[in-house]
Design a binder for this molecule. Structure first.
Ligand code: SF4
Length: 432
């Protein structure tokens, strides 16, 4: 193995991703300082494809909120929002963002411009109430796109089915209305060729994202789906539809293929391959992962990388000869998949457990997010009824450190690994 090449390639995705992220925040800061505005969007259906045609800068409030937790200042933001009357048990992302709006957009990573428009889907009902807050504060239009969802395990319709085609038309009409609104707001004419170009970049990114997720079947695993995966996920959202985003994912595929070919793993000594269900514990992001890696456990897959990528994990490709129709189809399939990934994570875990050599499943229900957490206990039961995969159920939050008890978590995690170890020892004896 060429040492120089190895040093240059391995870890490039996380290094470059972090740098791109800083650039993005810097750019937002500059816009805020110049008094410019942005479109506020969400990870499950940002519709970046259309907003980029109009050169509307995008702010992802979920991302700037979670960054306050990673930087250990979320509690100040949450307290401020609660002083205004927001309940302690609603989504912490909303509260951190509200406090940030009250502080004129000041954020530990820079400054966030005010909204000019909010675009959201029905993937999470909190999106709708969150958008109403900006509507009230700033008197801006809130454009909500209704995606017909299944919310029922296994019942799906696909292109060509009568119901799917009807639903696609319904989504397309809404996208056309969004285009009209963007024309009105920006004073620019819609340019279909520009849309085509953007869709081309999204195609490259989605293809790359799917391939990167698949490549983690390698033994040892190539990236940690909880830590490195979150950096890649940020890129898939923030740089969606850009040449930089497309190049990033091409490079990432190259990195993962190189690691796989040379047997390079993310952990020195990988003992247990885990699947993560839910949203990460951002207040103790690194420490949370260490409690697993100290036992040789690594997350090879995570539902977060499916639903928070807005369905990009499917690798769907837009038809550039038919951009608007294809965009409607892609939005319908991907946002619906994001919803199903939250409501029925066990389906994919069961399907992929063998391919990824999964030893155990970690459920992380959180106080803030009922959308991802409400059905988890039932979901775990379904997993147990349909497999003998061991699972761990640990509750905390993705923002609020007041409900994150590290010592308690560690006890449960240690007990989980002791169980995995004795199960493995038993299997060796039985096998012998
Ligand atoms: S409730 Fe959950 S899915 Fe909805 S915005 Fe909050 S964290 Fe995201």
């Amino acid at each position: 193995m060429n040492e120089v090449k190895s040093k240059e390639i391995v870890g490039r995705g996380t290094r470059e991703g972090a740098a791109f992220f800083r650039d993005w925040f810097q750019d937002l800061t500059q816009k805020a300082e110049e008094g410019k505005t942005a479109a506020y969007v969400f990870v499950m259906g940002s519709i970046a494809e259309i907003l980029r045609v109009f050169d509307l800068p995008m702010v992802f409030p979920e991302i700037h909120s979670l960054q306050t937790a990673i930087r250990h200042v979320a509690d100040d933001f949450l307290n401020e929002a609660e002083d205004y009357g927001y309940s302690p048990d609603i989504c912490g992302y909303v509260k951190a963002d509200f406090a940030l709006q009250m502080q004129n957009g000041h954020h530990p990573m820079g400054r966030i411009p005010k909204p000019r428009l909010a675009v959201l889907t029905n993937a999470c009902n909190t999106y709708l109430k969150w958008g109403e807050i900006w509507e009230r504060i700033y008197d801006i239009p809130m454009f909500s796109i209704d995606i017909p969802a299944t919310r029922e395990a296994g019942t799906r319709t696909w292109p060509g089915d009568e119901q799917f085609e009807r639903e696609k038309k319904y989504v397309k009409v809404q996208l056309t209305e969004l285009i009209e609104l963007c024309e009105k707001i920006t004073g620019k004419k819609f340019d279909i060729d520009r849309l085509r170009e953007i869709l081309g970049h999204v195609n490259t990114m989605s293809r790359g994202w799917k391939r990167v997720l698949e490549l983690n079947q390698s033994k040892p695993s190539l990236f940690n789906a909880l830590t490195d995966g979150t950096v890649y996920l940020g890129m898939s959202n923030v740089y969606r539809g850009t040449p930089e985003g497309a190049q990033f994912f091409d490079n990432l595929v190259e990195e993962m293929e190189y690691m796989s070919a040379n047997g390079i793993g993310t952990l020195m000594d990988e003992k247990y391959r885990l699947s993560f269900i839910g949203v990460p514990c951002y207040p103790i992001f690194r420490r949370f992962n260490e409690m697993f890696s100290e036992w040789g456990g690594t997350f090879v897959m995570s539902t977060y990388l499916w639903f928070a990528a807005g369905g990009a994990n499917l690798g769907s490709q837009y038809d550039l000869d038919n951009p608007l129709d294809s965009l409607a189809e892609g939005v319908l399939i991907s946002v619906r998949d994001a919803m199903d990934s939250m409501f029925h994570p066990e389906l994919t875990v069961l399907k992929q457990a063998n391919e990824f050599n999964i030893d155990g499943v970690v459920y992380h229900p959180i106080k803030s997010c009922r959308t991802t957490s409400a059905g988890m206990a039932d979901n775990r039961r379904a997993l147990m009824e349909n497999s003998d995969l061991p699972s761990l159920f640990i509750e905390s939050d993705m923002m609020d450190s007041r409900v994150v008890s590290e010592a308690q978590m560690k006890n449960r995690i240690d007990a989980f690994f002791e169980g995995l170890a004795s199960r493995r020892a038993r299997d060796v004896v039985v096998g012998a």
